[in-house]
Design a protein around this ligand. Structure first.
Ligand SMILES: [Mg+2]
Length: 230
């Protein structure tokens, strides 16, 4: 093993916890929202967000009309989302320690994430993730998104690695696991309650783990499997 690439949301950080904290913050100081019951607002927001896969412009437009709120509040809510959401970023327990350990083990590390350049960059900066990893690719910036092979191949090229020397770790069975398998990488599926796993698709990762502790064990066991090329 020479390199490990990670997905970001629901792999290294908890999008769900981040979103819950932000929703609470936004509701707490916005009197227009307080006409609605907090739990109803939060539940609807989480439902519309679909674990982060729906753009927030659509989430806010839909929720404002759902609760019959004045559409004039849209601009300030979305502006606040873009300027403050990253401040609520929540790494999973042990995730920064794991990156530190892998970096010290001389592995090349990268992050390949689907999403908007501004919002994903701010989360990455907030946690100083660029200090741990060698490559960061964000789909909007790359004009190409997982599971397309191009974004995986670019990361491998930048790390000067062959696919068979590398692992991809992610929580989306299609974008992360199928995408990485298609270019020949080894794959580790993170199975948490917000993972995207379509059971009817026969996609099998090399490993499936339920926690970062389990992930650390799998990576430790594979650390010595270097591929030597002459
Ligand atoms: Mg993810």
């Amino acid at each position: 093993m020479k390199a490990i690439l990670f997905d970001l949301d629901e792999t290294l950080i908890s999008h769900h916890e981040q979103l819950c904290s932000f929703i609470e913050y936004q509701y707490s100081h916005n009197t227009d929202l307080q006409e609605i019951d907090f739990n109803e607002w939060k539940e609807k927001f989480i439902e519309l967000d679909e674990n982060g896969y729906v753009i927030k412009e659509l989430v806010y437009r839909t929720i404002i009309s759902h609760f019959n709120l004045n559409s004039e509040i849209y601009d300030s809510l979305i502006e606040e989302f873009y300027s403050k959401f990253h401040m609520f970023v929540k790494p999973f327990k042990g995730s920064l320690e794991l990156l530190q350990y892998l970096k010290q083990s001389q592995l090349k590390l990268g992050i390949v994430t689907n999403g908007g350049t501004e919002i994903q960059s701010k989360k990455i900066q907030q946690l100083n993730l660029h200090e741990y990893v060698d490559v960061i690719l964000i789909s909007e910036q790359e004009n190409c998104e997982k599971p397309e092979p191009k974004i995986f191949n670019k990361a491998l090229y930048l790390l000067d690695c062959e696919p068979e020397e590398s692992y991809f770790v992610g929580d989306n069975i299609i974008n992360d696991i199928l995408g990485a398998k298609n270019v020949g990488m080894h794959t580790i599926f993170i199975e948490n309650k917000h993972s995207f796993n379509k059971n009817d698709m026969e996609i099998y990762p090399d490993y499936s783990v339920k926690s970062l502790e389990e992930l650390t064990d799998v990576l430790r066991n594979n650390l010595n499997n270097f591929t030597f090329k002459f």
